[in-house]
Design a protein around this ligand. Structure first.
Ligand code: C2G
Length: 152
């Protein structure tokens, strides 16, 4: 029987930390499902992604280590997802350690070590500093920077 593994996240500004988590999921099972937080759900989390949901989803759908991407619309959907997809293993990075222990009633729960030294929020801060620091005078660059600035 193939083991089904699931995780949840925003995956904004996709980086090596995200990739290594998803690749390690492949070592825990044959079928990897990723629930990507919608922009509306992130607003509930008090979070705003730089990259819109459709693009974050498209990036993860393109990964060889991922079999299915679903939308994460609420905190409450996990148990229903586990039932619907016949999940054997629920995975999160260890920054969530203990937060989802209630899920142990439905399947295995694994907290994987986070990749240190990289995070979406750090990338966004660095981008903000870069924009502040760099005097950019080409009109196109200015327009692009203004667009990025507005969404930071
Ligand atoms: N992650 C990691 N290493 C990093 C950064 C992130 O392993 N350097 C992991 C996190 O631990 C998480 C996943 O990548 O398991 C996605 O991280 P986020 O996009 O920050 O997830 P978050 O917005 O916290 O959403 O219902 C759960 C929520 O949707 C979690």
């Amino acid at each position: 029987m193939s083991r089904v593994v699931i995780t949840y996240g925003t995956f904004d500004m996709f980086h090596i930390g995200h990739l290594r988590l998803l690749k390690r999921m492949r070592e825990l099972g044959e079928r990897v499902i990723v629930a990507v937080s919608t922009d509306e759900f992130n607003a509930q989390k008090g979070k705003r992604a730089l990259i819109p949901y459709a693009e974050r989803r498209e990036i993860i759908e393109a990964l060889a280590c991922v079999d299915l991407v679903i939308a994460e619309n609420s905190w409450e959907q996990k148990v229903e997802d586990i039932r619907r997809h016949g999940v054997d293993v629920f995975v999160m990075g260890d920054d969530w350690r203990g937060h989802f222990d209630d899920i142990k009633a439905y399947c295995e729960v694994v907290y994987l070590e986070r990749t240190s030294g990289i995070s979406s929020s750090e990338l966004k801060q660095a981008l903000g500093r870069l924009i502040e620091a760099q005097r950019i005078d080409a009109p196109a660059d200015l327009a692009m920077i203004a667009g990025l600035h507005r969404s930071l």
